[in-house]
Write a protein that binds this ligand. Structure first.
Ligand SMILES: C[S@@+](CC[C@H](N)C(=O)[O-])C[C@H]1O[C@@H](n2cnc3c(N)ncnc32)[C@H](O)[C@@H]1O
Length: 242
């Protein structure tokens, strides 16, 4: 579907199940200090990073993502919100992109880039200064996976919420704050994911790839409603790096 002129994330504020209120709470949990450097690995269009540096006007933000559309959208927002002197967004692979150890790092929904949660915790540990803070957004099973969920997210990649927190402790962190995506946040996220495409289909009913797009939405909606809804969770852990 690479050639379809479709912005599949057009109606999303974040590319993760996250409300405005929870985003605000997560940023508060970071206790950003004046002059802090915040690095977001797998930032998407960097909405959370931009809100973080708006929250602490003397903070500096760096974001990196390999999705050109996302970085282009993020850069436009940086300009529009007057943040160009404090925020840089790079188009790159997070695993090869280098930066100085930061005061705060963010990794939300991007653990697959590093090979899993443990590898992400280790990579972020190496990219934080001692005493720095990691905001990790990662999956866990609210309930044991049904067949469809296991097909989508794999059998072995995720554990329970307690196991996720224990893993962070064994990787050299202490827990400062825990939040999880609510069912409302999930439903809003998945609805908007689907509606971005449904609206495109309404505007392009005769596009040669309309059937392909419709099939993708149908498959996604089935995976959500018949598979992982109420089973797969998304945790936001604010972690102190030892
Ligand atoms: C689920 S999205 C989350 C985006 C963002 N953190 C947010 O919360 O809105 C995961 C992001 O990780 C990015 N990503 C995945 N693998 C990557 C890699 N190897 N290098 C850079 N970005 C990567 C994807 O392009 C995508 O934007």
């Amino acid at each position: 579907m690479t050639d379809v002129p479709l912005n599949g994330h057009a109606l999303l504020d974040f590319n993760t199940p996250l409300s405005d209120g929870k985003a605000h709470d997560l940023i508060n949990s970071l206790h950003l200090r004046p002059g802090a450097t915040v690095v977001d690995y797998g930032c998407g269009w960097a909405e959370l990073l931009l809100r973080a540096v708006e929250h602490e006007p003397n903070a500096r933000g760096l974001g990196v993502d390999s999705d050109e559309y996302a970085i282009t959208r993020g850069r436009a927002n940086v300009e529009a919100r007057g943040l160009a002197s404090r925020v840089t967004l790079d188009l790159a692979d997070v695993t090869t992109w280098a930066a100085e150890p930061a005061d705060v790092v963010i990794s939300i929904g991007a653990s697959h880039a590093w090979g899993g949660t443990k590898q992400t915790l280790e990579a972020m540990h190496a990219r934080l200064r001692p005493g720095g803070t990691l905001l990790l957004g990662d999956g866990f099973w609210e309930q044991p996976p049904n067949a469809r969920s296991a097909e989508i997210f794999g059998e072995d990649g995720f554990g329970t919420l307690a196991e996720l927190v224990d893993l962070a402790m064994t990787c050299g962190y202490r827990l400062l704050n825990l939040a999880t995506a609510t069912l409302d946040e999930w439903d809003s996220f998945e609805s908007r994911w689907c509606a971005s495409r449904e609206r495109w289909l309404l505007d392009h009913p005769d596009h040669p790839q309309a059937d392909e797009v419709r099939a993708i939405v149908d498959d996604h909606r089935d995976g959500w409603l018949k598979g992982y809804r109420d089973h797969f969770g998304l945790a936001y852990l604010t972690l102190a790096r030892l």
